[in-house]
Design a protein around this ligand. Structure first.
Ligand SMILES: C[S@@+](CC[C@H](N)C(=O)[O-])C[C@H]1O[C@@H](n2cnc3c(N)ncnc32)[C@H](O)[C@@H]1O
Length: 228
């Protein structure tokens, strides 16, 4: 497996080629919220097909089960797996990861600092689940709570883009320089760009050729990335 590369393919194909216990940390963000059919101020409504983004809960579980099993195989013992989710998929996602053999370590709330449109309890947060393979290695940072406030990226290139400021906290907390971070659903490449900036190695998979092209341009010229 070549390091510091984005693979334009189904993540299961990438995972199947990886050696056992060859990855130091997985940070990933599976398709879950059906944005494909939604418009976001018209910004992402045209030509905005996100692969596998509109699955039923059952289909989602069937889709993710073999992926989490493979992630378990390729991660080193004690390493951490992070998985982003919204509140609707949180229970499903946690069950699915536990069934693959991981131990739950924490559920962290990403507070975006402002809420969206609508009524009732307007959405201001997303979550990421923290798991480990076996007994968790010690985290590096001592000053991080389980609610993290970071603003959304302003001029994002992907509708589900996570801010590099947030991803860098996860990477610093769970890896050291030269270790390998894997993102199975790379999207804009935000995890890979954050890993590179922190002198970690990275591997990414992304089904969309269009996003892979964008990542390949940005990874060699991070100033093109709107958040850098
Ligand atoms: C929620 S988005 C990830 C966004 C990313 N975290 C970011 O910050 O930009 C999920 C991505 O997974 C990709 N995808 C869907 N199914 C896939 C699969 N089987 N293998 C690899 N990528 C896939 C989609 O094209 C989409 O870009």
């Amino acid at each position: 497996m070549e390091l510091n590369k984005i693979y334009n393919e189904d993540c299961l194909e990438t995972l199947n080629r990886m050696k056992d216990e060859s990855i130091d940390c997985v940070i990933t963000d599976p398709p879950y919220s059906g944005l494909t059919s939604k418009s976001k101020n018209g910004r992402f409504s045209n030509n905005c097909h996100i692969e596998m983004d509109d699955m039923s809960e059952r289909a989602f579980l069937l889709f993710m089960k073999p992926i989490f099993r493979e992630m378990y195989r390729v991660l080193k013992m004690g390493s951490h797996l992070y998985c982003f989710t919204d509140w609707k998929q949180l229970r499903n996602m946690a069950d699915c990861i536990e069934l693959a053999g991981f131990k739950i370590v924490n559920i962290v709330c990403w507070n975006k600092g402002h809420f969206g449109t609508g009524a009732g309890y307007r959405s201001q947060s997303e979550y990421f689940l923290v798991f480990s393979k076996g007994l968790a290695n010690t985290f590096n940072l001592r000053n991080v709570g389980n609610v993290i406030t970071v603003k959304r990226a302003k001029d994002s290139i992907h509708p589900h883009q996570k801010p590099t400021e947030l991803l860098k906290i996860l990477i610093e907390n769970s890896t050291n320089e030269n270790e390998v971070v894997y993102d199975a659903f790379a999207g804009s490449g935000s995890t890979l760009i954050s890993a590179k900036a922190l002198k970690r190695n990275f591997v990414g998979s992304e089904l969309s050729a269009d996003y892979c092209d964008k990542i390949n341009k940005i990874i060699n010229e991070p100033s093109l990335f709107t958040q850098e």
